[in-house]
Ligand binder design. Structure first.
Ligand code: NAD
Ligand code: UGA
Length: 441
């Protein structure tokens, strides 16, 4: 099948690569000319395990191509994916300008019937807007061409995106009527072999399904962070509690890890957007408001522990940080807890000496060159002469470090662990002062 994907970001590029992998002919369109040129040279704009070989293979085989030529993109695909960003507006609601711009582009150039698939995360009612936008441009062009708008949200996780798209646990398809259903089945047939993962519904329910999923996961995390804070006050260990409740299949082990707050391009933005959607309908979403408030506070947990430990005197101190990305296996720094930590440390007059396996270039791009930020090439180098070690991201290589070396390199043996990687008793025996999340006394 001929497929066009508008937007070559995380979602668009990964989706395009896996569609090419199963034999669809995919043309990606982006307004970012540098991105398109780089991709043609094999330079991939994001770090995502398994993505580079897939893109290289299918660019070489001709199944995957990149262009800035929107007209060529519209002409190419019988299905047209919209996979552009929906960043927060000033008030937190989703900014639909990029989605609607693509809708206008498709309507401007289409000469034959198309199925327009909305993959971006969009508020309920956006498919109606996309439909109306296309209809109005076609009316201006005095063209009566059939088209369908389908809501097909994406559930991939960064760091596991290729696998998530190759083996989705569900494929949500929201349609206005039956017309596009067969085409959607054919498109996803290669990913739908073992059992039927396709769930058809109306467009509004599909749009809400995406927000409900992210908000439910964010709720689990904020709930656990609240329990962790409570465990600290009550002298309990959240790690024991986590195992205790996770063993109940109704609760499950997934997404109940307490930490230094959730980040990334989606949970913070999507919780906020659903709050705004609710408020626009005159409804106060109390659970979502609490989820957001708990998370915003949790991001200050590590800086507060540091301030307490150093009795408010962080001026002139050097803080070693392991892990800068918002989660492991990505270079994405959007809404990362490490950013709150670094900014709080700088505000207090401390210097940061940091290491991340993938996100240092991105950190440099965001903060530029500054005296109080040193990015180093190994986790060991980050420790040298530092007053404390802080862990923000649970990269595998941080799980079993050489504690004697840490002790030798730090000015004093103190670790602030935002991801509960170590056993408090063991670290105490090794002579460390160890702060973690919700681990009691
Ligand atoms: P992104 O910012 O990484 O990429 C968006 C791309 O769209 C950019 O390359 C940009 O140049 C391009 N673009 C903007 N306007 C365009 C236009 N008019 N024509 C062509 N290209 C255009 O975004 P992303 O992270 O891939 O997210 C896309 C959508 O998918 C968002 O709604 C997001 O919420 C959702 N989503 C993201 C993830 C994730 O893990 N990142 C997962 C599921 C859903
Ligand atoms: C999340 C969802 O998991 C995807 O299903 C969804 O498609 C995506 O958002 C999206 O809509 O963009 P992602 O943001 O890539 O994916 O990463 P997650 O693995 O969900 O982690 C998000 C944040 O929650 C991270 O900061 C992570 O450290 C934190 N987290 C996760 C916890 O603090 N505790 C947990 O138990 C799990």
């Amino acid at each position: 099948m001929k497929v066009t994907v508008f937007g070559i970001g995380y979602v668009g590029l990964v989706q395009a690569a896996v569609l090419a992998e199963v034999g669809h002919q995919v043309l990606c369109v982006d307004v970012n000319a540098d991105r398109v040129e780089n991709l043609k040279k094999g330079i991939i704009p994001i770090y995502e395990p398994g993505l580079t070989p897939l893109v290289e293979k299918h660019f070489a085989s001709g199944y995957l191509n990149f262009t800035t030529d929107a007209q060529a993109g519209v002409e190419h695909g019988e299905v047209q994916f919209i996979a552009v960003g929906t960043p927060p507006d000033e008030d937190g609601s989703a900014d639909l300008q990029y989605v609607l711009a693509v809708a206008r582009t498709i309507a401007t150039y289409m000469q034959a019937p198309k199925v327009i698939i909305d993959k971006s995360t969009v508020p309920v009612g956006t498919a109606d807007k996309v439909k109306a936008t296309i209809a109005s441009v076609l009316a201006q062009r005095e063209q009566a061409i059939n088209f369908d708008v389908v809501s097909n949200p994406e559930f991939l996780k960064e760091g596991a995106a290729v696998n998530d798209c190759m083996r989705p646990d569900r494929i949500i398809v929201g349609t206005y009527d039956d017309r596009p259903k067969d085409l959607m089945r054919e498109l996803y047939e290669p990913f739908n072999r073992n059992h039927d993962k396709m769930i058809f519904m109306d467009v509004r329910s599909a749009e809400l399904t995406k927000y409900a999923a992210n908000c439910m996961l964010a709720t689990k995390i904020s709930f656990m962070n609240e329990m962790a804070n409570l465990a600290e006050l009550l002298g309990a260990d959240i790690e024991a509690v986590r195992k205790g409740i996770g063993s109940d299949p109704r609760i499950g082990y997934h997404f109940i890890y307490p930490g230094c707050g959730y980040g990334g391009s989606c949970f913070p933005k999507d919780v906020q957007a659903l709050i705004r959607s609710s408020e626009q309908m005159g409804y106060t979403p109390r659970v979502l408001q609490a989820v957001e408030a708990v998370n915003n506070k949790q991001k200050f947990k590590l800086p507060e522990l540091l301030k307490q430990h150093f009795a408010g005197d962080l001026a002139g101190k050097t803080i070693a940080i392991w892990g800068l990305s918002f989660k492991p296996n990505t270079d994405d720094m959007r809404e990362a807890s490490s950013r709150v930590l670094m900014e709080e440390m700088w505000h207090a007059g401390a210097k940061v000496q940091a290491y991340d396996p993938e996100a240092m270039e991105e950190t440099q791009r965001i903060y530029g060159v500054r005296d109080d930020l040193t990015l180093v090439g190994t986790k060991e180098a980050a420790l040298k002469g530092a007053d404390a070690l802080v862990i923000c991201t649970e990269w595998q290589q941080f799980r079993a470090p050489d504690f004697e070396l840490i002790k030798a390199q730090l000015k004093q043996p103190v670790i602030f662990d935002g991801r509960n990687l170590y056993e408090p008793k063991r670290l105490a025996l090794r002579g460390f002062t160890y702060y973690a999340i919700g681990r009691g006394d």
